[in-house]
Design a protein around this ligand. Structure first.
Ligand code: AMP
Ligand code: ZN
Length: 116
């Protein structure tokens, strides 16, 4: 997608240091961190959101790639053995602002019972 900000980051058109990268995804620091550690896990392929992922034939493979990478991303972000929260906002009522599927990896302090 030409004008998608995360596609542009994936292509390297907008610089964003990688916390982690493999063939399927990148992990970058959120520019407005909501916790001491706030990393975005961004599949390289453009899916709009979780609904798009789940209805695409390639979706399960991408979901598996995220699951495989998660321990490596958590380790690279310094969260191994500490705990963290993983979430993805899907659509308007969840407050999704970037329409390229991504997962927020949050940690670095006790996160409490609420979402953040
Ligand atoms: P969401 O509201 O779930 O769509 O999350 C989008 C997230 O992307 C927000 O937490 C933003 O702070 C973050 N974000 C937007 N632009 C960038 C960027 N260029 N680099 C890193 N994070 C970004
Ligand atoms: Zn995109």
């Amino acid at each position: 997608m030409d004008d998608c900000i995360f596609c542009r980051i994936v292509r390297g058109e907008i610089p964003s240091p990688r916390v982690y990268e493999d063939d399927d995804l990148i992990a970058i620091h959120d520019i407005h961190p909501a916790a001491p550690v706030h990393v975005l896990i961004v599949p390289k392929r453009h899916f709009r959101d979780l609904m798009d992922l789940g209805s695409d034939p390639e979706g399960p493979a991408v979901a598996a790639a995220v699951a495989r990478a998660l321990p490596l991303v958590a380790k690279a972000a310094g969260l191994s053995g500490r705990g963290f929260r993983l979430l993805s906002n899907c659509g308007a009522e969840a407050g999704q602002t970037v329409m390229h599927l991504h997962y927020h990896l949050l940690g670095g302090r006790p996160l409490g019972e609420k979402l953040l």
